[in-house]
Design a protein around this ligand. Structure first.
Ligand code: NAD
Ligand code: TDX
Length: 331
C-alpha cells in the first residue's frame, strides 16, 4: 500500500508516519509538507533514512505538485492545516487558503486519480462549544473561530465529494492532542517549556475552560483503524475521555516539574474562547478502538520528553516563535 500523508512534518502527522512505518514495514509513505513555521523535519529524524519513506516539500494548494505526488497512491491522509486558534484570530487568510482551498485541491486530485481512500483529519472544534453532554458525529457544525470554521469548510467539501462523486472519503474529528513534537505555541508544550525556563505561564481568562485530552499516539492508532476499517462516507469522533479545565492541567504540569504556582500569569481571555469541547466516541469504539494511555501517566511522560529533549524545542523557541510571542504579549 502506498499512502500520501500531507502535513506529515507537523505534530500529529509525524507521530502517525512513525506509527505506520513501524506497524506496516511493506507500506510506502510519501510525506508532502510545505514546511510552514509548524513543519519541522527534526520531528522525523529517526525515519528519514527509511527506504519506504519519502519527503516532498510542497503546498497542498498547488495542484501540479499534488498531482505529481498522488501518482499510484492508494490512500491519502490529510493532516496539512493551519492549526492554531490564536493565529487564526490574528489572521484568518492562511487558514481559509490551506484548510479550505487546500482540501479542495486534494479532493479534486484524489478524484481524478481514482484514489481508493481519502481520510480527512479534522477536529472536535467544528461542533463548537457545549456546556453539558457530548457531540455525536451527526450533530450540527457550529464553529466559533476562523480556524474551526475553516476546518468545518474542509469537512463539508469532503462529504460533498463523497456524495456527488462517490469519492471513498472518511473524516476523523479528534479532541485536543498532547505528546512529543508539538509546536510550543499550544498549551501543553508552551506551559511545560516555559516552566522549564522559569518564565510565566499565560493562562487565559479564569482558566476554567475545559478540553478533552488525548495522547497523540492513541489518536494515531484510531486514525490507522479508521483508515483501514472505517466505512466510507462516515465521520468518526476520537476523544481521550480526559476532560480537564486549563487551571487543573497547569497545576499538574507545575507539580510534575516541581515549579511554583506563582509562575501562573492570568492574561486576557482568547476572543470567542470556546468554553468546553466534548465528543461521544462510541462509534470509533464500536470499530474496535480504545485509548491505551492513562492520562496522568501520559502527562508525566510528555513532561519528561520536553525536559529530556531541549535540543528539539530550544531552537524553535528562539526563532519565529519569539516574534509570534512578542505580538501576543507585547514583550
Ligand atoms: P501542526 O500545525 O503541528 O502541523 C501542520 C503541518 O501541516 C505542518 O507540518 C505544516 O508545515 C503543514 N502545512 C501547513 N500548511 C500546509 C500546506 N498548505 N501544504 C502542505 N503542508 C502544510 O498541526 P497538528 O497539531 O499536527 O494537526 C494536524 C491536523 O490535525 C490538523 O488538520 C488539525 O486541524 C488536526 N487536529 C489537531 C489537533 C491537535 O490537538 N493538535 C486536534 C484535532 C485535530
Ligand atoms: O497560552 C495559552 N494559554 C491558555 O490558557 C494557550 C496557548 C492556550 N490556553 C488555553 C486555550 C484553550 O482553552 O488552553 C486551551 C488549549 O489551547 P490550545 O493548546 O491553543 O488548543 P485549542 O485552542 O483547544 O485547539 C487545539 O485542539 C483542537 C489545537 O490547537 C487544534 O488544532 C485542534 O483542532
Amino acid at each position: 500500500m502506498k499512502i500520501l500523508v500531507t502535513g506529515g512534518a507537523g505534530f500529529i502527522g509525524s507521530n502517525f508516519i512513525r506509527l505506520i512505518l513501524s506497524r506496516y514495514p511493506d507500506y510506502e509513505v510519501v510525506n508532502l509538507d510545505k514546511l510552514t513555521y509548524a513543519g519541522n523535519l527534526d520531528n522525523l529524524k529517526d525515519v528519514e533514512q527509511n527506504r519506504h519513506y519519502r519527503f516532498v516539500q510542497g503546498d497542498i494548494c498547488d495542484m501540479d505538485v499534488v498531482d505529481k505526488v498522488m501518482d499510484k497512491v492508494d490512500a491519502v491522509v490529510n493532516f496539512a492545516a493551519e492549526s492554531h486558534v490564536d493565529r487564526s484570530i490574528g489572521g484568518p487568510a492562511d487558514f481559509i487558503q490551506t484548510d479550505v482551498f487546500g482540501t479542495y485541491v486534494l479532493l479534486e486530485t484524489a478524484r481524478q486519480h481514482g484514489v481508493g481512500r481519502y481520510l480527512q483529519i479534522s477536529t472536535d472544534e467544528v461542533y463548537g462549544s457545549i456546556r453539558a453532554g457530548s457531540f455525536k458525529e451527526t450533530d450540527m457544525l457550529e464553529p466559533s473561530s476562523p480556524y474551526s470554521a475553516s476546518k468545518a469548510g474542509g469537512d463539508m467539501q469532503v462529504m460533498a465529494y463523497h456524495t456527488t462523486f462517490g469519492l471513498p472519503a472518511l473524516i476523523t474529528r479528534s479532541s485536543n492532542n498532547f505528546g512529543p513534537y508539538q509546536y510550543p505555541e499550544k498549551l501543553f508544550p508552551l506551559f511545560i517549556t516555559n516552566a522549564l525556563e522559569d518564565i510565566p505561564l499565560p493562562l487565559y481568562g479564569d482558566g476554567s475552560n475545559v478540553r478533552d485530552w488525548i495522547y497523540v499516539t492513541d489518536n494515531c492508532d484510531a486514525i490507522d483503524l479508521v483508515l483501514h476499517k472505517g466505512e466510507v462516507g462516515q465521520v468518526y469522533n476520537i476523544g481521550g475521555g480526559n476532560e480537564r479545565d486549563n487551571h487543573t492541567i497547569t497545576g499538574m504540569i507545575l507539580k510534575e516539574l516541581g515549579k511554583p504556582e506563582s509562575l501562573i500569569q492570568p492574561v486576557a481571555d482568547r476572543l470567542g474562547h470556546d468554553f468546553r469541547y466534548s465528543i461521544d466516541c462510541s462509534k470509533v469504539r464500536a470499530l474496535g478502538w480504545q485509548p491505551s494511555h492513562n492520562f496522568e501517566d501520559a502527562l508525566q511522560e510528555t513532561v519528561k520528553w520536553y525536559a529530556d529533549n531541549r535540543w528539539w524545542w530550544e531552537k524553535i523557541k528562539g526563532g519565529e516563535f519569539l516574534e509570534y510571542y512578542k505580538q501576543q504579549y507585547g514583550k
